[in-house]
Design a protein around this ligand. Structure first.
Ligand code: PMP
Length: 411
């Protein structure tokens, strides 16, 4: 077996100009990842050599822009093992992908008495669109609660998903707890009652292999910027049969095949859901990010992130006043450690760490109902990526050890 020391020996930071050039321990990867040079270069290359409005021009340059855009779609299709190319819709981010499903699927398929089932730990992006859909259709939004360790019991799932359920929406990994949720079970139970399963993969797609055919999810959403791609590009995967039957989310250019004075025919998938000029430069960057991930492999990415998480978790547990939210078992934190320090506001934790060159997140992490449920209030969050190293974690721990003293405790 490879030791954690060996796993962490390789320097990935050299691929990331910002990390290589700045003296900072960047531990806010769940908010957005850093970009390797190949991603920055791919986007730059698009604008330097292939820029034209994709999907419309009939000249060489426009065809190159179209190719860059559609090649990115093929890369995403392979990345999540989707059966069909048309099942990949480019959006701006996870939030837009989930709203697309809420507006184009939920509003047209729900009626009073129906239920949408989600969990209390969802990011607001996987909660508010369903609340909107419930309010507009007369359906009810139900929350599955998690235990203090973040676990969702099979019985809780089975109890919540009933004949009334039409949509089950769940994050594969929580952005606060970092725990892998029982999405396979949720999909299975949803399908048993004829409901569709929507998976928020914003925090899983960057860190583990996803196979949508194996998972059998009906819809799955993630953001390019959290997996080292550019901001402004996201993905919605949807089963072809469902997407085909749904009306468009946004209307205008590019999403039609014919428009007359009084009517229109919509373009076939995937363009029906991609109104207006698309972000082909960002798609080219996302393509490069996928190639970069593939060149490393999720086995290495997962093993390194687990080693870094162990190092941080064990160190943090030794520090007086630190309380880790969620599971006491490090194996159940996929790179995310949310915590508080007795007597210190999380904003002060983040500010002191920043003074020591350590970047973390503090606040409610866009998951206020979860923090209310766990009665924690605001918290601080460390989130790791494979390109972090032992020095980043040591710097975090060294700074954390001093915080209570710097805030005046024990003097
Ligand atoms: N879901 C989860 C679990 C997230 O962590 C995030 C981002 N923090 C989102 C959804 C929303 O992603 P975006 O802001 O890229 O739309």
């Amino acid at each position: 077996m490879v030791s954690d020391k060996d796993l962490l020996a390789y320097d990935y930071k050299k691929d990331f100009p910002l990390l290589a050039n700045m003296d900072v321990a960047y531990l806010d990867n769940a908010a957005t990842a850093q970009r390797p040079l190949c991603v920055i270069e791919a986007e730059r290359d698009f604008y330097l050599k292939h820029n034209a409005n994709p999907l419309r021009g009939l000249y060489q340059l426009a065809m190159e822009a179209t190719d860059a855009y559609e090649d990115a779609r093929t890369a995403v299709q392979k990345f999540i093992n989707a059966k069909h190319f048309e099942e990949i819709i480019f959006t701006r981010n996870t939030t837009e992908s989930l709203n697309l499903v809420a507006y184009s699927y939920a509003l047209h398929n729900l009626q009073p008495g129906d239920e949408i089932v989600t969990t209390i730990m969802e990011h607001h992006s996987n909660m508010l669109p369903w609340r909107m859909a419930a309010a507009q259709t007369g359906a009810t939004l139900k929350y599955i609660e998690c235990a203090a360790d973040g676990s969702i019991a099979d019985e809780a799932l089975a109890q919540a998903i009933t004949a009334k359920t039409k949509i089950v929406a769940m994050a594969q990994v929580s952005n606060v707890l970092g725990r892998l949720n029982p999405v396979e079970k949720a999909v299975e139970l949803a399908h048993k009652v004829g409901a569709v399963a929507v998976i928020d993969a914003a925090q899983s797609a960057p860190h583990m292999a996803i196979d949508v055919q194996k998972l059998d999810a009906d819809f799955l959403a993630f953001s390019g910027h959290k997996m080292m791609g550019p901001m402004g590009i996201g993905v919605l995967y949807g089963k072809k049969k469902l997407l085909d039957a749904m009306p468009p989310f946004l209307s205008g250019g590019e999403m039609i095949s014919m428009v007359s004075r009084d009517g229109q025919e919509y373009a076939p998938l995937p363009h029906k859901f991609e109104a207006g000029t698309v972000n082909a430069g960002a798609a080219a960057g996302l393509h490069a990010a996928i190639d970069y991930i593939n060149s490393i492999g999720f086995d290495i990415i997962e093993a390194r992130e687990a080693a870094l998480t162990r190092l941080a978790f064990e160190g943090m547990r030794q520090i007086e006043g630190v309380r880790i939210i969620g599971s006491p078992n490090v194996e159940e934190h996929k790179g995310i450690i949310t915590f508080t320090i007795d007597g210190v506001h999380p904003h002060d934790i983040a500010a002191i760490l920043d003074a020591d060159g350590v970047n973390i997140r503090a606040g409610n992490h866009c998951a206020q109902p979860l923090l209310d449920h766990l009665c924690t209030g605001a918290t601080a969050r460390v989130s790791l990526a494979f390109y972090n190293d032992e020095a980043d974690v040591r710097r975090l721990l060294d700074s954390l050890k001093t915080i209570r003293e710097r805030m005046g405790y024990g003097r």
